[in-house]
Ligand binder design. Structure first.
Ligand code: NA7
Length: 544
């Protein structure tokens, strides 16, 4: 066991390190850059994977691609980085995002402070010295004033506890922990469980090589065509020319994407106007479809107009009427669960070797040695692909044994669900910052924009403490309670909490407390709130 110590080049006196950052994805890389390169703090990043990339290091399943457009799914803190990086397609594929993040790591000389293959297993706050003691799986200890988790919102894979899975003689894989040497589907009978954003991306690509693909659908889902395509030089030039204006837009709007929501109500438009607008947006493709009208996310009747339009498209695409009906039997408003976008998903069911099993009418009974038995039949399979999502927003945090003041653990603190202040700090856990934690806009936004906002705020906060000779910051109980009700109020103004089985509520994980986790009040508003709190000397935090 080694203990890392030495004098900080930063200002925090005799401490070994100023900050430990867990994770080397978008958040961790930028947090290291701004703390170390911009402000001279001594920072150590600890990363479980054998490379940088975070989410994209692990999610290498067939068809893995970001649903945000490439010119928007990247950092905006460096104009020269924006100018020099060339995206190849409208939406970046997983491999290209990993290349981009590796480029960032090299370009800003980040690697020397990133320790790979290092899984953090526990962290304990020493309240006498105002230090975090962080332990790794290898038994090493790191000590620093601040602990910053940059571990992603969707990084704890959810493999459902299906009876008999341990008896399966074939191969099974989860999309969020995809083998780096790939999976060969050729000539194999594949069963895919899950039809969220991931499953909808994966199925058409798996179907290209598999001998047979059976998709097991628990909840039917909306999807809008992505319309992915290579970017032309002209498009890239246009994006570079507009980068400043687009950055301002993304930082101030609701969801961090490079567009504004149409201010008109769907219910005010005539049926013909609506049809024409939906058709136009369907042709353009992408997540922007949600922005067709102002009230799609808040008014059930308005939402139904978009939902009906999408269902009519699905019915037209899928030839077999029974399959089309199962795919259209959607039990929630459009966008109230994370809406996928796709490349040929519904069309895939027109292929002879692809079939759909509707688990609502034919549930899974067990996994057998040779496949999956549903109530009505046995499906012979060589490979099972779990596209079953994540223990979202809290899973990765709670998998680390985090111990705050007086020995209270985060597991104890959040026994009834996550509660914090601004998604970033938890009472009883001083000097711990959780980038894009529950209670922040995070998964409801284009992530890099939300990440930069949180990271910049943390850096500003640490600078504030340093300038005032302070070494401890902790969210007050009152601020945390008030923020919880602010998060609930924001959610209640939308259709999001009306879906009882959504992962936004933790409902996909058996036994997880049902708490609406992301802040739905919009990224622009959230930024203003955070800035205002900082300007009022970090109102709601106790600094000592
Ligand atoms: P999601 O959106 O959580 O989707 C998981 C899918 O797996 C969804 O269709 C689930 O059905 C299904 N699921 C989960 N557990 C089971 C069991 N036990 N049996 C059958 N089906 C199951 O995860 P994704 O990876 O697709 O997307 C996550 C995010 O990644 C996405 O929002 C983007 O931000 C990118 P359910 O709907 O729960 O009935």
């Amino acid at each position: 066991m080694t203990t890392v110590s030495g004098n900080a080049s930063g200002s925090q006196g005799d401490l070994p390190l100023d900050a430990i950052v867990i994770g080397a994805g978008f958040s961790g890389l930028y947090q290291l850059h701004t703390l170390r390169n911009d402000h001279g703090y001594r920072v150590q990043v600890l990363e479980a994977g054998d490379g940088v990339g975070g989410t994209w290091h692990w999610n290498r399943y067939p068809g893995a691609r970001c649903d945000s457009e490439s010119h928007a799914y990247c950092y905006s803190f460096s104009d020269s980085l924006t100018r020099e990086w060339q995206w190849s397609e409208r939406y970046p594929g997983a491999a290209e995002i990993v290349r981009y993040l590796n480029h960032v790591a090299d370009r800003f000389d980040l690697r020397r402070d990133i320790q790979l293959n290092t899984r953090v297993v526990s962290a304990r706050f020493d309240d006498d010295r105002h230090q975090w003691h962080v332990k790794t799986a290898a038994g090493d200890t790191f000590v620093a004033r601040y602990l910053i988790t940059a571990i992603g919102c969707l990084s704890s894979a959810n493999v459902p506890a299906l009876a008999g899975l341990d008896r399966f003689n074939g191969q099974w894989v989860h999309t969020g922990a995809w083998p780096h040497d790939g999976v060969d589907f050729s000539g194999r009978r594949v069963g895919q469980i899950g039809t969220g954003s991931t499953g909808i991306q994966a199925a058409p690509v798996i179907a290209e090589t598999a001998k047979q693909l059976t998709v097991f659908q628990r909840t039917a889902n909306y999807s809008v065509p992505a319309r992915n395509a290579p970017l032309s030089d002209e498009q890239r030039q246009q994006q570079r020319d507009n980068a400043t204006a687009v950055r301002e837009l993304m930082r101030s709007n609701t969801n961090g994407h490079p567009w504004s929501i149409n201010s008109e109500s769907a219910l005010q438009a005539s049926a013909d106007e609506r049809a024409a607008r939906y058709e136009r947006m369907w042709t353009d493709g992408g997540l922007r479809f949600r922005a067709a009208y102002s009230d799609l996310g808040s008014n059930a009747q308005a939402n139904r107009t978009a939902a009906d339009f999408i269902k009519s498209k699905i019915r037209r695409k899928v030839r077999d009427p029974a399959t089309a009906e199962a795919l259209c039997n959607i039990d929630h408003p459009y966008g109230a669960k994370r809406p996928p976008i796709d490349t040929g998903y519904f069309e895939t069911f027109n292929r002879d070797h692809v079939s759909l099993v509707d688990l609502k009418s034919d549930p899974i009974i067990e996994v057998t040695a040779s496949g999956i038995r549903t109530e009505s039949t046995h499906h012979n399979l060589d490979i099972i692909v779990f596209a079953t999502g994540f223990d979202a927003m809290t899973g990765a945090l709670l998998s680390i044994d985090i111990e705050g003041v007086g020995g209270t653990t985060l597991q104890q603190k959040w026994a009834d669900g996550p509660c914090n202040y601004l998604g970033i700090q938890i009472t009883g856990f001083p000097n711990l910052f959780t980038i894009t934690g529950p209670g922040s806009p995070s998964v409801l936004t284009n992530m890099p924009v939300a990440i930069e906002q949180h990271v910049d705020w943390v850096t500003g906060c640490i600078n504030h403490l340093q300038q005032h000779g302070k070494t401890r910051i902790e969210a007050s109980d009152e601020a945390m309670t008030n923020w919880r009700s602010e998060v609930n109020t924001a959610a209640d103004a939308t259709l999001l909490p009306t879906v009882a089985h959504s992962w936004y509520l933790g409902a996909n994980i058996p036994g997880k407390p049902r708490v609406f986790m992301p802040y739905a009040g919009g990224l622009g508003r959230f930024r203003e709130i955070c800035n205002d709190i900082a300007a009022r000397n970090y109102d709601g935090f106790v600094i000592s």
